[in-house]
Design a protein around this ligand. Structure first.
Ligand SMILES: C[S@@+](CC[C@H](N)C(=O)[O-])C[C@H]1O[C@@H](n2cnc3c(N)ncnc32)[C@H](O)[C@@H]1O
Length: 214
């Protein structure tokens, strides 16, 4: 994808003002590249609407970009549980969600996502209403745990989406055997062989795996 071609694509589907506000802010933030791409979030919004999704989970909020796109695609009574361990970025995200008028649909949860999901959604006394959609985009070495947690929480026919499955090309670089790259390769193989899901991998952004729960 050349820069000119990408501009053409974005010209055909301009980023809405509310999302552009987050993109513009995030450009100047350290590690701003972690934000999801506009076309990725646009795809999520389309899928959520096609599925008639009401209940969603996001793991890894950062400045709130993908969560905003997800919340906008949910109906008025929809809910997005948004897990983030960094209180500072979560405050920034909340301000963007409120400004865009979707704050009431989002339940931000601060803390370590593995523990908070266990406590709030899987533990004793947790409401057991299933979810339609989950987007996993946090610390890469825990992606396998998030995947298993989300698979338990999502209904049959629902979607679990995992981000960064291509890891900037390192998944096919035989020289790269650091812990994160190994963890990402391991989860990719796990999803490929997982008979509980139908897997679709798309080279959108840094690569997304869409797992439809059977
Ligand atoms: C790639 S960024 C998320 C990007 C976001 N989805 C977006 O589109 O802008 C990853 C985020 O996960 C958060 N994170 C990392 N480890 C976490 C953990 N154990 N629990 C919750 N959040 C975590 C980081 O603080 C960071 O904000």
């Amino acid at each position: 994808m050349t820069e000119a071609l990408y501009s053409y694509v974005m010209d055909l589907q301009p980023e809405p003002r509310s999302l552009r506000n987050v993109s513009e802010y995030t450009k100047d933030v350290p590690a701003g590249h972690m934000k999801s791409s506009p076309e990725q979030v646009r795809l999520f919004a389309l899928l959520l609407k096609l599925m008639g999704a009401r209940r969603a989970i996001e793991i890894g909020v950062f400045t709130g970009y993908s969560a905003l796109g997800i919340a906008q695609a949910l109906p008025g009574d929809g809910v997005l549980y948004a897990f983030e361990r960094d209180p500072e970025v979560l405050e920034v995200a909340k301000a963007f969600w409120d400004k865009a008028g979707v704050g009431h649909k989002i339940r931000p949860v601060e803390g370590n996502a593995v523990e908070e999901i266990q406590r709030l959604l899987l533990g004793d006394g947790a409401e057991k209403e299933p979810f339609d959609f989950a987007f996993i985009d946090a610390n890469k070495r825990a992606q396998m745990t998030y995947y298993e947690q989300c698979l338990e929480l999502v209904r049959p026919g629902g979607l679990v989406i995992v981000d960064n499955v291509l890891w900037y090309g390192r998944v096919v670089d035989g020289e790269r055997n650091d812990k994160i790259t190994l963890a990402i390769r391991e989860l990719n193989e796990h999803m490929k062989n997982d008979e509980r899901v139908e897997l679709t991998v798309l080279p959108v952004g840094d690569g997304i795996a869409l797992c439809r729960k059977l």
